[in-house]
Design a protein around this ligand. Structure first.
Ligand SMILES: C[S@@+](CC[C@H](N)C(=O)[O-])C[C@H]1O[C@@H](n2cnc3c(N)ncnc32)[C@H](O)[C@@H]1O
Length: 345
């Protein structure tokens, strides 16, 4: 390069400021590649053994007419150091890809996918969507992926379940929006004999819960249905569930539905039955802020609940003995437990 060219770059184009961005842009490229490689199955494939591009194309079901584009995509992986090419075969090289590819890191990989696929998209696309672009719907989310990433919260939700069961052991529980079904097996293993009913409105999620219960040998111990909460009819007077749990799905309900939700849950309960809600609330980490953004940009348009508002809503809809606790230290993640007073008393 000529000295004059260098001077132009430094003084006219302020290239030094661009160089300072180096780490940031590199990490964006790296994240985009690793996330797509994980979602496509490339990471798992290369974790098994190095492959040439033709065998990759075959495994990823990419036709010969797109082979050039496949090579261009793999070049991106080489460029950011996530892949290496030796003897015509691609290997996993980067720390990020190797971490995501390990089967024991499945929850981490799902969380990373949630960040790159949904949180990035919400933050990047927010101005256009706010100016009238399309709102998100539940179809924009991969329910099974969200159920996998939600598993990071398992220890905290289990602590909340222990809280509810220790306060008073319920004989029957309805789990609303059961996701992959891990809390069902948790309750059955910890309190054998508890009668469990579970619903989720998404068919693929119900399939994953069924597969989980099958694998745990517990399928006959849960009445699992694909259903929407509001479609469940109230039980005959004096009957009903002793505990209803809603884990990580309060924000799937519109603001206008939240009062009806708490009232409907109340109708499904036995006299003196309780509700346990676990939820991220507004005001947490960047991940919680991005989750709130995604839901405010969706057709539900309400976002995460505010802790104080949820407490007031419980009070206003007739719940008593309302208690709440922060489940994840330093994060806006809470459990809410409340009792429906017996109307005959
Ligand atoms: C983020 S996932 C959480 C799954 C699980 N509870 C957990 O914590 O891992 C929320 C789930 O709630 C379900 N859901 C949301 N609204 C529902 C409704 N009205 N009736 C039934 N299921 C619902 C969704 O289909 C989704 O699978």
């Amino acid at each position: 390069m000529k000295l004059a060219t260098l001077k132009k770059l430094v003084f006219e184009k302020n290239v030094l400021s661009f160089l300072r961005l180096g780490g940031e842009t590199q990490s964006l490229y790296r994240s985009a590649f690793a996330s797509a490689a994980d979602a496509s199955g490339l990471l798992t494939l290369l974790q098994e053994s190095p492959r040439d591009s033709h065998s990759i194309a075959q495994a990823l079901r990419i036709g010969p007419e797109r082979h050039n584009a496949l090579l261009a995509w793999l070049d991106c992986g080489l460029g950011v150091g996530e892949l290496a090419l030796r003897g015509g075969r691609y290997h996993l090289k980067g720390k990020l890809s190797r971490l995501l590819a390990r089967p024991r890191n499945d929850v981490t990989a799902a969380m990373f996918a949630e960040v790159t696929r949904y949180h990035f998209d919400a933050i990047l696309g927010a101005p256009a969507r706010l100016r009238g672009g399309r709102t998100y719907t539940l179809d924009d989310q991969d329910g099974a992926l969200i159920a996998r990433s939600s598993r990071i919260l398992e220890p905290f939700v289990e602590e909340a379940i222990d809280w509810a069961f220790t306060q008073q052991r319920p004989r029957s529980v309805l789990e609303v929006g059961c996701g992959a079904g891990h809390y069902l097996s948790y309750m059955l293993k910890r309190w054998p004999g508890v009668q469990l009913t579970a619903i989720d409105m998404q068919a693929d999620v119900v399939d994953s819960a069924r597969a989980h219960l099958n694998a745990a040998g517990l399928k006959d111990q849960v009445d699992l249905q694909q259903a929407q909460l509001f479609d469940l009819p109230p039980p005959p007077p004096g009957q009903g569930y002793e505990l209803i749990t809603l884990h990580n799905n309060f924000y799937y309900f519109k603001s206008s539905e939240r009062q009806a939700l708490l009232e409907h849950v109340g109708r499904l309960l036995a006299p003196d039955g309780r509700v346990l809600i676990t939820s991220s609330c507004q005001g947490g980490s960047p991940a919680v802020a991005a989750l709130h953004l995604w839901w405010t940009l969706s057709d539900i348009n309400a976002g995460l609940p505010e802790r104080a508002q949820l407490l007031t809503l419980l009070q206003d809809t007739g719940w008593r003995d309302i208690a709440h606790r922060q489940l994840l230290p330093g994060e806006s993640y809470y459990g809410f437990l409340a009792r429906r007073p017996n109307p005959t008393l």
